[in-house]
Design a protein around this ligand. Structure first.
Ligand code: GDP
Length: 359
């Protein structure tokens, strides 16, 4: 018998309040953050057409069939150009969304002044507090915003396919540094094997070891190839005696469901290794640091400068345009004026959650 814990209408209503930053959302967010419940968040990213929705459908179903309550957040890539018209076309989640333990929610990338990643972060925390046991986030591989959203996840699956011209671009844009697991989809198409080998070779340039968990204490030469501090933090350092993770490449055919179970096992393997080494906690801490930093800088920059506090932003911009100062010097002056104004400000912040929610 299926065990469905949720009143889906209620969940949907709560999320709408949070997304639309309604006054009621402050209490919901406060309670959700204070609940401090953490569940695995899996980010799926890759270029449009790579088969992310099709793959997500398989992954969500897999975990739902294991008995988990699964939430899927699909980022609607609405842009001023398409007006969101691509959305219907993108969602190929028919099977999973019909499953009583899968809840699919789309989130528009428009209108989030505080940044899309912040909106996703809030929705993730609210979903976790409501009792979902696993959250999948799908994003469209289209630049920095996407990378940001991907890094909100505990495990990032980068989906690519053979024959897309932008694969090399993706490599240049740092895609090879954001994945914990790489899925080569459409393994039924020609060129999939060659492309998977190409990805493996590129990962070999960055990581030593075999795909998956490796024992540390690797040779010095390999250590050098693996000198990226961010990757050390996330995946461990081959130069130490601790274990480290080398992202595996898994070839799948989402359309037929070939090897998608294997992909789920690899993701589980990564999450277990991450938990066992305490890296889940440090990754989360890094995420919240980033979140706090953004909130703090947003609040600081929104601070009105009182008359006489120093040159205004337009004046500073003018000075830079006239060649009177560099942007670094201008930023320094601006910061000095801001901190001066901040120190002199009167009154206290009655409800910081309410204040920041309105930013
Ligand atoms: P997304 O834009 O990345 O979400 O991609 P979709 O999931 O919408 O899939 C784009 C197209 O690729 C659709 O026509 C899918 O049916 C097709 N597709 C997805 N997975 C596979 C696969 O494994 N093999 C083949 N041949 N086509 C696939």
């Amino acid at each position: 018998m299926l065990d469905v814990k949720f009143n889906i209408r209620q969940v949907a209503r709560t999320l709408s309040l949070v997304e639309n930053r309604r006054p009621e959302s402050h209490a919901i967010l406060r309670a959700a953050y204070k609940a401090g419940r953490h569940v695995p968040v899996i980010g799926v990213t890759g270029p449009p057409g790579a088969g992310k929705s099709t793959l997500l459908d398989r992954l969500a179903l897999h975990w739902a069939e294991q008995g988990e309550q699964v939430a899927v957040i699909a980022i609607d890539p609405s842009s001023p150009y398409t007006g969101g018209a691509v959305l219907g076309d993108r969602f190929r989640m028919d099977r999973a969304s019909a499953h009583p333990r899968v809840f699919v929610r789309s989130l528009s990338s428009r209108g989030h002044v505080g940044g899309l990643s912040r909106a996703v972060q809030d929705v993730v925390v609210v979903m976790a507090a409501q009792g979902f046991e696993r959250i999948l986030v799908e994003t469209v591989g289209s630049g920095q915003a996407d990378v940001e959203v991907a890094t909100l996840a505990d495990c990032v699956i980068v989906v690519s396919v053979p024959g897309l011209g932008d694969q090399i671009q993706a490599g240049k844009a740092g895609i090879l540094e954001i994945g914990d697991v790489y899925a080569v989809n459409k393994s039924d198409l020609p060129g999939a094997g060659t492309f998977a080998a190409f990805l493996e070779a590129n990962l070999d340039l960055i990581y030593p070891g075999r795909p998956g968990v490796n024992q540390g204490g690797q040779r010095a030469g390999q250590e050098r190839a693996y000198a990226n501090a961010v990757l050390h933090r996330r995946h461990g350092n081959a130069g130490t005696d601790e274990s480290f993770w080398r992202p595996p490449v898994v070839s799948v055919c989402a359309l037929q469901g070939d090897s998608t179970e294997a992909l789920c096992r690899v993701v589980e393997g990564f999450l277990s290794w991450q938990r066992a080494t305490g890296r889940d906690g440090s990754r989360r801490a890094e995420r919240f640091q980033d979140h706090i930093r953004r909130l703090a800088s947003g609040r600081l920059l929104a601070q009105p400068l009182p008359a006489g506090a120093g040159p205004s932003l337009p004046q500073l911009a003018d000075a830079v345009a006239q060649g009177e100062m560099t942007p670094w010097e201008a930023a320094e002056i601006f910061l000095d004026a801001l901190s001066e104004a901040w120190l002199r400000r009167e009154g206290t912040v009655a409800d910081p959650v309410a204040r920041s929610a309105e930013d």
